[in-house]
Design a protein around this ligand. Sequence first.
Ligand SMILES: Cc1cc2nc3c(=O)[nH]c(=O)nc-3n(C[C@H](O)[C@H](O)[C@H](O)COP(=O)(O)OP(=O)(O)OC[C@H]3O[C@@H](n4cnc5c(N)ncnc54)[C@H](O)[C@@H]3O)c2cc1C
Length: 227
Amino acid sequence: MLSKVMIVGAGTGGLCLAQGLKQSGIDVAVFERDRTPTDRLQGYRLHISSNGARALEQCLPATLFKEFLGSAAKSNQAVNFLDSNLKRLLTFAMVDGPHAESREIPVSRITLRKILLRGLENVVNFEKRFQRYEQRPDGSVVAHFEDGSTAQGGLLIGADGASSTVRAQLLPQAKRIETGIVAISGKAPLVSRHGSEYGSSRCGFAPACIIESVSRTKRADSRSSRL
Ligand SMILES: Cc1cc2nc3c(=O)[nH]c(=O)nc-3n(C[C@H](O)[C@H](O)[C@H](O)COP(=O)(O)OP(=O)(O)OC[C@H]3O[C@@H](n4cnc5c(N)ncnc54)[C@H](O)[C@@H]3O)c2cc1C
């Protein structure tokens, strides 16, 4: 039986796993639909929990884990709500857990992806959009991609995100549920009235708003009409 592990998706989870398997000497290949490593330079911040940091420490070579820690921003002290004039409306203090290690580590999503990709140049295959898999009688699995190519291995892992195509085939009954809530966020430099940036470097400012989606309103309407 083939021993190669195939991972669909070069996101945070897929790349961390690939690093760990490579460190353990296991033959691994990752298949990512993006054309290049920098195709999706989006997203701003990810908070890595203490469990996540431990997983990264175990999976990454020591130099890369050090680089990850070095790229981290200072942990949040509080969450602030500001009005359009940056006047503070509300502050939630982020109380430290009993152990300092329980603090979350804030990192740039893009930097983390770059660190996770390091050393995997011969492992990650870009422009490979997974379509379906088939299981062979010999126990191996064959992955089919949109460009007509295939890859064969002993194990296929779906790390292709919340709308996973692997999961859709393996567990067709598992569906995502519309919660009726949409969050929109972004980042912008904080600039004073005089045009200078606050602080010695650019400060990320991430406004977020929550919108009640139409589908929820419709469901609420239909419920109330039944009552
Ligand atoms: C606004 C926002 C804020 C968040 N903040 C946090 C946070 O602070 N801390 C935290 O832990 N989590 C946070 N999350 C959740 C976090 O982003 C996800 O849990 C995490 O990215 C999941 O990683 P993943 O590797 O499973 O999937 P993803 O990171 O989504 O990666 C999936 C990869 O699979 C690829 N792919 C998809 N389909 C295919 C296909 N058919 N063929 C090949 N490749 C494919 C995609 O291109 C992508 O590269 C946040 C999420 C959002 C939306």
